[in-house]
Ligand binder design. Structure first.
Ligand SMILES: C[S@@+](CC[C@H](N)C(=O)[O-])C[C@H]1O[C@@H](n2cnc3c(N)ncnc32)[C@H](O)[C@@H]1O
Length: 200
């Protein structure tokens, strides 16, 4: 188990959370489309699904999934972001926790989402733990969806090995959230993984 801190904290200066929160407030005020990942998720989900937004940030995706009738728990390691999510996107429940050691006392989720480069911002070498802990919170036959830049230090082949080790089966991969086809030289990967159904 890794002991180091998420890159989210070590690669940015003080006040990063504030500027990040402000950036998303400004984009929302300008009417930018901040819901693409939530629309993608919604197509995969049964109605009133239970969704884990892993690395929920400002809550933009949690809030949109909640508005679509899903029951959402957002988890993030940064307390400032969890505060902002509760203010800006009320409805989901937001929890401060590290995904690498996640242990929620919760009924299993129908789906989990790690969007917006969460896997780039976790602690170095903690990706296998993060994927395993997120997968452990999803019910058999439930989905895990990830989106991250493939040229930012976490190679896609390492990711695929870590997913397999976490018991997740690759179902689909795209180059964008609006389903541009995957290519080996794509700089972003959206991946849909599934836990195998329960035996018997
Ligand atoms: C670029 S933000 C994306 C936020 C959100 N998913 C979105 O797309 O709007 C990356 C997020 O990952 C969170 N994060 C990084 N490492 C984490 C960890 N070990 N556990 C929980 N959250 C983590 C950061 O705090 C930050 O909110």
């Amino acid at each position: 188990m890794t002991q180091s801190r998420p890159r989210w904290f070590t690669e940015h200066g003080d006040g990063h959370a504030d500027s990040y929160i402000e950036r998303f407030r400004r984009l929302a005020a300008e009417g930018s489309d901040l819901a693409g990942e939530a629309r993608f998720m919604d197509t995969l989900l049964p109605r009133k699904a239970r969704v884990l937004d892993a690395g929920s940030g400002t809550g933009r995706i949690s809030g949109e999934l909640h508005a679509r009738g899903h029951v959402v728990v957002g988890v993030d390691v940064d307390p400032a972001l969890v505060d902002a999510a509760g203010q800006d996107h009320p409805g989901p429940r937001y929890v401060v926790a590290d995904l690498a050691t996640l242990d929620l006392d919760e009924e299993p989720f129908d789906a989990a989402l790690l969007a917006g480069n969460v896997l780039i911002f976790v602690a170095p070498d903690s990706e296998p733990d993060v994927l395993a802990r997120v997968a452990a919170h999803v019910r058999p036959d439930g989905v895990v969806v990830t989106g991250f830049g493939t040229d930012r230090g976490y190679p896609i082949d390492a990711f695929d090995r870590h997913c397999a080790a976490a018991g997740l089966v690759l179902e689909h991969r795209f180059a964008t959230w609006d389903l541009r086809p995957w290519r080996a030289d794509a700089s972003f990967a959206v991946t849909v993984l599934r836990r195998p159904p329960a035996a018997g």
